[in-house]
Design a protein around this ligand. Structure first.
Ligand code: SOE
Length: 398
């Protein structure tokens, strides 16, 4: 079992978009942050020997493997980082935890509540033996989001009344865009809901410190049949499907729901891959009795804040530039005023994970936090299937 290592040997499964994002973070984390342990990018794993060898070279890993079971069983690995599609999260995470490896698993934690529960129970059992686990909701680590949480926690917004959250993309608007794995329920669990809706569910629960207690939802699959993929099966696949055989889209293209939070606030959520022109637009606004905060991922170095306690004549939204040494994570980067980007959220995620593992603390979001998100995803799906019927969300840890 691995606990307080001065070196953490990481084995990562998956090497596409998220694998590249995590690799960037592992490469950078010790160069930017002072940490009690050093990361070694030991082994990257994927089924295709040629592709994984090339990825190891490109992304900076010492070695590669074509079987995640070897990786998980290896005495030379302390941390298993899971960047695969959702259908393999549970199997890999359960095996890794059983082998005493610390685990970081991409979101959403699993494809079903049953899997997420099993993973959460395994993580809790392993925790007793000093094994740590965390789910990769990277947007928690955007400094402006962390600042938003601080303002809410300090009571600067007063009693929360509204949460308005949207995560909008447009990469499958073209009906000729192929049937990639993210559009297949057996691989991805759900569509826009689990892929990007999960982010705004986690982010709003994190920022407010409140749990979503019930939902009423609609979901839609606008394009029900798509050409089978030719080459790449990721987000960058080409819409070149004319004339190719087609298959059924088995996930939602968009999900919209209203919700209640457990302190009484009302919330709205929208997750869509059909918001033409919106590329990666994650927006959250929270209105409280004393103020409002608003965040937009496309302007991630800024936070809008309306402080209703200021003299009436001076009220108005202020745009906080979240680039100062006083802001979360930023003192380690550039001189004040110098902006950061998408990839930094992953570096911050690894910073927090490494520090927790090295100091014997539990990193967050825990698997239980991620199970709470999974329970919301499940309630949304059930509500939509039942004509938007109000559906309660149970607490993960009853
Ligand atoms: C694809 O929709 C995706 O890459 C998500 O899977 C990520 O979690 C999000 O960060 C960006 O969009």
């Amino acid at each position: 079992m691995s606990t307080q290592h001065s070196e953490l040997r990481v084995g990562m499964v998956g090497y596409e978009f998220m694998g590249a994002a995590h690799s960037q973070a592992w490469r950078t984390v010790n160069r930017v942050f002072e940490l009690p342990a050093r990361v070694r990018m030991a082994t990257i794993c994927g089924r295709d020997a040629g592709k994984v060898a090339a990825a190891a070279d490109r992304l900076g890993w010492d070695a590669y493997s074509t079987d995640w079971r070897d990786l998980v069983a290896s005495d030379d690995i302390d941390v298993v980082d899971i960047c695969t599609p959702g259908d393999s999260h549970a199997e890999i995470a359960l095996a890794a935890l059983a082998a005493g490896k610390h685990v970081i698993c991409e979101k959403p934690l699993a494809n079903t509540v049953a899997e997420a529960r099993e993973m959460t129970a395994a993580a809790a059992a392993a925790q007793a033996a000093g094994v740590r686990s965390m789910c990769g909701f990277n947007y928690r680590r955007v400094p402006a989001v962390a600042l938003m949480r601080q303002l809410v926690a300090e009571g600067r917004l007063g009693v929360l009344r509204h949460v308005r959250a949207a995560y909008l993309q447009d990469w499958i608007v073209d009906p000729q865009f192929p049937l990639v794995w993210r559009l297949q329920k057996d691989r991805a669990g759900s569509g826009a809901l689990g892929d990007i809706g999960a982010h705004i569910i986690d982010l709003t629960q994190y920022v407010t410190g409140q749990r979503i207690t019930g939902v009423s939802a609609v979901t839609e699959t606008f394009v029900k049949e798509r050409p089978l993929p030719g080459g790449s099966s990721g987000l960058a696949a080409q819409a070149d499907g004319n004339g190719r055989a087609t298959g059924a889209v088995t996930v939602d293209d968009a999900a919209v729901f209203v919700a209640r939070l457990d302190d009484g606030a009302l919330a709205t959520y929208e997750a869509s891959r059909f918001a033409t022109g919106r590329k990666n637009a994650l927006r959250v606004e929270i209105n409280g009795s004393l103020g409002t905060v608003a965040f937009d991922l496309e302007r991630l170095n800024e936070l809008e804040f309306y402080d209703a306690t200021r003299p009436t004549a001076e009220q108005g939204f202020s745009r906080i530039l979240v680039t100062e040494a006083e802001h979360p994570y930023l003192s380690a980067w550039w001189p004040p005023g110098h902006i950061i980007g998408y990839e930094h959220s992953f570096t911050h995620q690894m910073r927090d994970f490494v520090e927790a593992v090295a100091t014997g603390a539990d990193p967050t979001p825990s698997f239980a936090d991620a199970l709470q998100v999974q329970l919301v995803l499940d309630a949304v799906t059930r509500s939509a299937e039942l004509g938007s019927r109000w559906t309660e969300v149970e607490p993960a840890l009853a």
